[in-house]
Design a binder for this molecule. Structure first.
Ligand code: NAI
Ligand code: MG
Length: 332
């Protein structure tokens, strides 16, 4: 096969949305081979590890991976670590890429077409916390190297789009850490990307501008925590969690996944919306150089979202299978 794609269902509705996305991909007539691997909380409960070595090997052997959904308990479970966070670190998936594009569904703004690029390896997510009595401290690590590489990724992406990059920061309050992130990217923009209009936006003002004028944004780059929060906001601008896709992208490997979680409230009922996973599969195809197939898939999704049938989360009554069948009829 031309491309090998590793599929990981994970937890909860991952068992529904991944098989749905696979059926859609298989219907497209591309030269694809699928491999499968296990990861997540259910796998941890069965075996004591959330990401076995075999899974890492299968992911590394594939050209790209599509991941369903992961449960992560909000209480501390001894020996458990989050599958996606583990893979981000192990495979050096430094860019978390989250596009937000208007869709014909209730609650979506019109004419939004932006991509939020979140630094995926450092910042406050180095998970270095400690406590001294009633004082708790968390480290935020910012390096020139990681800022440079996420900056270059975002600048290259802007160059392929509308040539605008918003560099989001809080350097007014944190001039040492946030200042290093900001200056590294602005200097790189000035030095090598004269064709890209790079400008800085303070994170709180960015949140307001995103809600008031989301159409004015093209590419946005941010440190890990700010990017995490703002990307849920941008998902909310264009139809919500059932729709929003993402990619965790490194130089060697890439793992694509919906922004939503394992949805335990509806898991097992066959009513989950596979759109976010299917749009993540479209990002995956783009990543593999199959741009034409990716556009075809995105167009088919919007046609079915517009004409129906819709799943329950979007006000319809279609099952996962009925929605998927309608999508397959459009991509054949
Ligand atoms: P969630 O995203 O799983 O669900 C939130 C709400 O949206 C639920 O009512 C759910 O039914 C609905 N929903 C989500 N995806 C849907 C879909 N594809 N189709 C139809 N409805 C959908 O978030 P929640 O409930 O807060 O978390 C559940 C578990 O997922 C937790 O263990 C959490 O830690 C984990 N999670 C993992 C994420 C990740 O791996 N990136 C992101 C968010 C949550
Ligand atoms: Mg999040």
């Amino acid at each position: 096969a031309k491309h090998t794609i590793c599929l990981i269902e994970g937890d909860g509705i991952g068992h529904e949305v991944i098989p749905a996305a696979r059926r859609v991909l298989e219907a497209m007539g591309l030269d694809l081979e699928f491999t499968e691997a296990q990861a997540g909380y259910e796998h941890f409960l069965e075996t004591g590890t959330s990401v076995p070595d075999r899974t890492l090997e299968t992911v590394m052997a594939a050209d790209a991976t599509l991941f369903g959904a992961a449960t992560s308990p909000s209480h501390k479970v001894p020996g458990f670590f989050g599958a996606i966070r583990f893979m981000r670190r192990k495979l050096d998936l430094f860019a978390n890429v989250r596009p937000a594009r208007s869709h014909p569904v209730p609650g979506s703004f019109e004419h939004v077409d932006l991509v939020l690029v979140r630094e995926n390896t450092e910042g406050l997510y180095v998970e270095q916390e400690r406590r001294y009595g009633d004082t708790a401290i968390a480290d935020a690590v910012i390096t020139r190297g990681a800022s440079q590489r996420i900056g270059e990724y975002a600048l290259n992406l802007a160059r392929r789009r509308r040539n605008k990059l918003a560099v989001v920061h809080k350097a007014n309050v944190l001039p040492v850490t946030q200042g290093l992130f900001l200056s590294t990217i602005m200097e790189e923009a000035k030095r090598n990307y004269g064709d890209v209009q790079a400008y800085d936006v303070i994170v709180d003002a960015c949140a307001m501008h995103l809600v008031r004028h989301p159409q004015s944004f093209d590419v946005i780059v941010a440190t890990n925590l700010f990017g995490d929060i703002l990307s849920d906001l941008t998902a909310g601008l264009t139809g919500g969690l059932g729709i929003a896709p993402s990619g965790n992208i490194g130089l060697e490997h890439a793992v694509f996944e919906s922004v939503h979680g394992s949805a335990p409230d509806i898991a097992g009922q066959g009513v989950s919306n596979p759109t976010a996973t299917v749009l993540s599969a479209a990002m995956l195809l783009d990543h593999l150089g199959e741009a034409e197939a990716a556009r075809k898939l995105e167009t088919a999704v919007d046609t079915v979202l517009q004409e129906g049938p819709r799943t329950r989360d979007l006000g319809g009554s279609a099952s996962t299978a009925q929605f998927t069948d309608a999508l397959i009829a459009r991509v054949k």
